[in-house]
Design a binder for this molecule. Structure first.
Ligand SMILES: Nc1nc2c(c(=O)[nH]1)N[C@H]1C(S)=C(S)[C@@H](COP(=O)(O)O)O[C@H]1N2
Ligand SMILES: [Mo]
Length: 520
């Protein structure tokens, strides 16, 4: 029967129409977001909201399973789910007129609510979703209409020629719509598309020479051991942790920092003001609280910036204040003890990283870097606001989610070589890695083979107490078989790293790192 096979084919074609309409929704959404705000695009708004709503256990699982690819996995998963919904939406629309449209509007409502509830959202943030849904719905109706198969061709009196024409129209329209969706999406990115502009502005930036002698790194801080973590982490290798799916793009010319709250006088600075204050360089090892024992979420860089102590001094913090609530351009917040920003430890409002402007992913054009505190309580990227306040008056993004209010970095040590399950020859082998205990420094590292005695490792020179320290221990491996190598460090105050196992939540992991190797 002609009607039957046509209907089956129509269903598949309607699914394609649904996919195109879904694409048009997102494409037009991107286009409108170009005029409103990048983060108001429906796809990103939903993704960023999903990140904020994800329960702690799921987030930990995602980070431990996918590592730094967790964002890609989330975006890919969302894309797949949306594609599936779109296919089904197309078929729904064919089944009953307006059903597919209703499904699209329902999804759109979710996206609009997500966009309107972003921390820095304004009412206009609904516009991208609303215009996207309007375009997508119109497309769905028009396209699926071309597909409706009359119950009996005779009923409508449609001739075979007319039927074919209708099909041709469908093909043309679908192709045009798909093309338009892509053009709209790309156009939207360009329009708001600050990213290219901002990258160009970043390339043009020139910083004044540091007002103090360069952060001179003493000799002997690097060991010549193959496979050991590099002493200074190159920017492209530096770990990235934040709640953003995309990366905020801020032109230095548009950037302002406001200091307010419990202060004698409010201060507002633009980027040139900051550069004119005079910048200093400091080497600081940054660490994420989510780092597992033996994990990779730590990096060491030379930061160029203006000391936060001097910066806050300009505003005159009240003696009753004990905290600074810093915000990034997207409304992410961090609470930092006021003393950590004003005592002599050299916390910075940083603009440079390893001899270049901050990479966009690491907070361009300005961020905080504070020695000794995990990133989530100190290292605000894309920072635009410092509110001097009190811990009993305000909370921040992660502390609202149960993470500790005070989070000094714990003593940590890691075996980089040999790697887990390495096969080693008998005889002389090298065991090596890094250890850190910012603010206190590392005074000793020891290695244990199986249940043998703890053996003192050689330490590379110390750059400063706020910088990790490389170590190595020559191992004469005589006994073939499996062996466990274990490491522990002692900080500059003489405190031994605890062997008590703790997960990252709520104040950082602890425990001794070990690797199992085979000697033969
Ligand atoms: N704006 C913003 N700043 C942020 C975060 C964030 O999610 N948003 N994450 C913090 C966390 S948890 C860490 S560990 C550091 C990581 O800095 P990096 O990505 O430059 O290594 O940034 C901190 N600053
Ligand atoms: Mo972190």
């Amino acid at each position: 029967m002609r009607g039957q096979s046509h209907r089956r084919r129509s269903r598949a074609t309607a699914a394609v129409a649904g996919l195109v309409a879904g694409g048009a929704t997102l494409g037009v959404g991107e286009l409108a977001a170009g005029a409103v705000d990048r983060s108001a695009a429906p796809f990103l708004a939903v993704g960023n909201a999903a990140v904020d709503l994800t329960p702690e256990w799921l987030k930990s699982w995602a980070v431990s399973t996918f590592g730094e690819d967790d964002k890609l996995v989330l975006l890919g998963g969302m894309g797949a789910v949306l594609a599936l919904f779109s296919l089904i939406g197309g078929m729904l629309e064919l089944w009953r007129r307006w059903y597919g449209v209703a499904a699209l509007v329902a999804l759109g409502a979710v996206a609009a609510v997500a966009a309107l509830n972003r921390p820095t959202a304004e009412p206009s943030w609904a516009v991208p979703t609303v215009s996207g849904v309007a375009a997508g719905a119109a497309m769905l109706v028009v396209l699926v209409d071309r597909l409706r198969v009359p119950e009996r061709v005779a009923d409508t009196g449609e001739s075979a020629t007319q039927f074919r024409r209708r099909r041709r129209q469908f093909l043309l329209l679908t192709t045009a719509a798909a093309g338009l969706a892509v053009v709209a999406a790309v156009g939207g990115r360009r329009l708001g598309g600050s990213r290219d502009d901002v990258l160009a502005a970043r390339e043009r930036l020139r910083f004044p020479a540091p007002t103090e002698p360069k952060a001179r790194v003493p000799s002997g801080v690097t060991l010549d051991v193959e496979g050991i973590t590099g002493f200074r982490t190159p920017n492209p290798d530096f770990y990235r942790v934040d709640t953003r799916l995309d990366v905020p793009a801020i032109r230095p010319d548009d950037w302002r920092l406001r200091i307010h709250g419990m202060v004698e006088r409010e201060v507002e600075l633009d980027f040139d003001n900051v550069l004119a204050l005079g910048l200093v360089e400091r080497m600081i090892t940054l660490t994420c609280v989510s780092n597992e024992v033996g994990g990779e979420l730590a990096g060491n860089a030379v930061w160029l910036g203006y000391p936060t102590a001097a910066l806050l001094e300009r505003a005159g913090p009240s003696p009753d204040a004990d905290m600074v609530l810093s915000s990034s351009v997207d409304g992410f917040t961090i609470s930092t003890p006021l003393t950590a920003l004003t005592d002599g430890r050299g916390a910075l409002l940083a603009v440079g990283m390893n001899g270049e402007p901050l990479p966009l992913e690491h907070g361009f054009p300005a961020r905080l870097v504070v020695p000794g505190l995990y990133g989530y309580v100190s290292a605000t990227k894309w920072v635009v606001d410092l509110e001097v306040t009190r811990f009993d008056r305000a909370t921040a993004y992660w502390t609202d989610r149960g993470w500790a209010e005070r989070a000094p970095i714990k003593i940590a040590s890691r075996i980089d070589v040999p790697g887990s399950f390495a096969k080693l020859p008998t005889g002389r082998n090298v065991v090596a890695g890094v250890a850190w205990a910012q603010r206190r420094g590392i005074s000793r590292v020891e290695v244990q083979v199986d249940d043998g005695p703890w053996q003192r490792a050689e330490l590379a020179a110390e750059a400063s107490v706020d910088v990790w320290r490389q170590w190595y221990w020559p191992w004469d491996a005589d006994e073939p078989g499996n062996h466990t190598l274990r490491v522990r460090a002692t900080d500059g105050d003489g405190e031994l790293q605890t062997d008590e196992q703790a997960p990252p939540f709520p104040e950082g992991s602890s425990g001794w790192h070990s690797v199992v190797v085979t000697v033969n």
